[in-house]
Write a protein that binds this ligand. Structure first.
Ligand code: URA
Length: 251
């Protein structure tokens, strides 16, 4: 009895959780609950219900929102010198050694050993597929310190597309942050793409940092440190891959 009483007062109001992850306005979410369209861990929820959004399986009309149990999502600030793989034959440190060993997670896409910055690791294969498949075109933002000072014409080439050995790059966003620092946003994921693009305009990369993956960024995460994604960040990633499916490259 005591347990029941305490759980009823814990957690967040269900309509608040639903509204935060984008199901609808608070009022719409209340109506969905009142209509019996929302279940928590398989049971129809009543208005006033509180949940722990990190553990509850919340469904609207049978479709899960937020995180499914058992799936984990980490955001790591990868330091230079760490390889984006699960095991390295050369014995270099790997990204999976920087996050919890259980449950087993895999990096989403790849950063070069010398590249720093944000990397997602998860055991959610579906989301990994969507985030890495070119047809979903999720944006990645990089800040590159380059040799020399790129001029406007060089930045325009980055924006309009550059002929690389594996084809022309899709239109990108490129702005100068400082004389030798370029912020580049691309939505392809070819090998060494940013380094090759900068090399092609005559400004080889000296240092490369990924600063954003779709809606995910975190300026306060220190190199070598990871944190779990918040439920609304996971939801935002899902929205990003859903809305970008088959999207034509910008331009
Ligand atoms: N582009 C690169 O050249 N390297 C990376 O690690 C990521 C993007």
């Amino acid at each position: 009895m005591a347990d029941l009483a305490s759980t009823a007062h814990e957690g967040e109001r269900l309509q608040k959780v639903l509204a935060r992850v984008g199901v609808g306005s608070r009022r719409t979410c209340e109506a969905l609950i009142a209509n019996g369209q929302v279940t928590v861990d398989g049971e129809i929820a009543v208005l006033g219900r509180r949940v722990d959004p990190d553990t509850a399986l919340i469904e609207v009309d049978g479709a899960p929102i937020g995180v499914r149990p058992g799936l984990v999502y980490y955001l790591l600030n990868k330091p230079a010198g760490v390889v984006t793989t699960t095991a390295d034959p050369q014995g270099r440190p790997t990204v999976v050694e920087l996050v919890p060993a259980e449950p087993r997670v895999f990096p989403v896409g790849r950063l070069d050993a010398d590249t720093e910055g944000l990397l997602l690791l998860t055991n959610d294969g579906e989301l990994t597929y969507r985030l890495t498949h070119p047809s979903y075109g999720v944006e990645k933002e990089y800040v590159a310190e380059v040799q020399g000072a790129p001029k406007r014409a060089a930045l325009r080439r980055l924006r309009e597309g550059i002929e690389l050995e594996d084809g022309i790059t899709a239109p990108a966003r490129a702005t100068l942050v400082d004389d030798s620092v370029v912020r580049l946003t691309i939505h392809e994921g070819r090998n060494h793409q940013v380094r090759r693009m900068c090399e092609a305009i005559g400004h080889p990369v000296m240092r490369l940092v990924r600063t954003r993956i779709g809606p995910i960024f975190d300026r306060s995460l220190m190199p070598g440190v990871w944190r779990p994604l918040a439920v609304d960040e996971i939801r935002a990633l899902e929205v990003a891959v859903a809305s970008n499916q088959g999207a034509a490259p910008e331009g």
